[in-house]
Design a protein around this ligand. Structure first.
Ligand code: KMH
Ligand code: ZN
Length: 275
């Protein structure tokens, strides 16, 4: 694999629409951003949905409609967040899988998350892994701290490979409470990656650029989007998600690892072509 998988995470659960008016929160806004991001080089979309009040929700009807709309209007690999918001109960997070996305996130441990705690008990992680395999949904293992890679290796040892037979990891770096977003930490994390796994990385806030450059130089893939940063440069707000994808695609192309297509992304992470 010489190209770069670019995943866009357009919304997240943390920013308020009142603070970030260009955050895509309605289905129409989300689909429009997704179409633009695919044209700019994204191959996968990591989705959090919002309710009519623009607050994060795990409402199954909205999730199902969102998966259908993204499949109809784009060819992107559709990944739903099972992380949700820090306040979401485990049962609701597990129910996300009933929307039958191509892929879903699976965070490998509990981490302080700013002033909050993002809870991911071992039994819950195992249950997510098990239910995803049952449904043929490919996990992206989200790693907020290096020790969570040891948990991932334990998960694979004790419970076997996920649906699709491949292991894809996303290093989420620079969350206050998690691992820092710098080259040294990325290199340390890669030493703990399960053999044969592919990885992408994203840096929160001002760690976006250092993490992107470190990941590219280490042969990794990229996640960008307004879930992770709403600032494009010092004093300059992000215009839209496509702007972040365009920048990632430009760096990847300069590095001679241009963006891969959604079809190549399916092959990379093991998504069956039957969805
Ligand atoms: N919103 C964070 C608490 C995921 O999508 O799986 C969790 C998160 C991770 O964003
Ligand atoms: Zn997320």
């Amino acid at each position: 694999m010489t190209g770069t998988l670019i995943t866009v995470a357009p919304t997240g659960a943390e920013h308020a629409k009142t603070d970030v008016p260009n955050l895509p929160v309605t289905l129409e806004e989300l689909v429009a951003e997704a179409v633009a991001c695919e044209a700019a080089g994204a191959a996968m979309i990591h989705v959090h949905v919002r309710g009519a009040d623009a607050a994060p929700t795990l409402d199954l009807g909205r999730l199902t409609d969102t998966v259908a709309a993204l499949r109809e209007r784009t060819n992107l690999v559709v990944q739903l967040s099972t992380g949700g918001a820090v306040t979401d109960p485990e049962a609701d997070r597990l129910r996300v899988l009933e929307a039958m996305p191509d892929s879903a996130s699976c965070t490998m441990g509990t981490v302080n998350f700013g002033d909050d705690v993002f809870m991911n008990r071992w039994e819950f992680v195992v249950e997510l892994h098990r239910r995803m395999r049952e449904r043929g949904i490919v996990p992206e293992y989200e790693i907020f701290d290096v020790g969570q890679l040891a948990s991932l290796r334990r998960l694979l040892d004790e419970h076997g490979l996920p649906a699709g037979g491949k292991v894809h990891v996303d290093l989420v770096m620079g969350v206050p409470g998690g691992m820092p977003g710098d080259t040294e930490t990325l290199v340390a994390a890669l030493r703990a990656l399960p053999a044969g796994a592919s990885f992408s990385a994203t840096g929160i806030g001002r760690t976006t650029l250092p993490v992107m450059l470190a990941a590219l130089s280490a042969g990794g893939h990229l996640r960008v989007g307004m879930e992770d940063t709403v600032s494009f440069a010092r004093g300059e707000r992000v215009r839209d998600n496509a702007q972040l994808v365009e920048r990632a695609a430009a760096f990847a192309t300069l590095a001679r690892r241009p963006p891969i297509t959604p079809g190549q992304a399916r092959e990379l992470i093991g998504v069956a072509l039957t969805h």
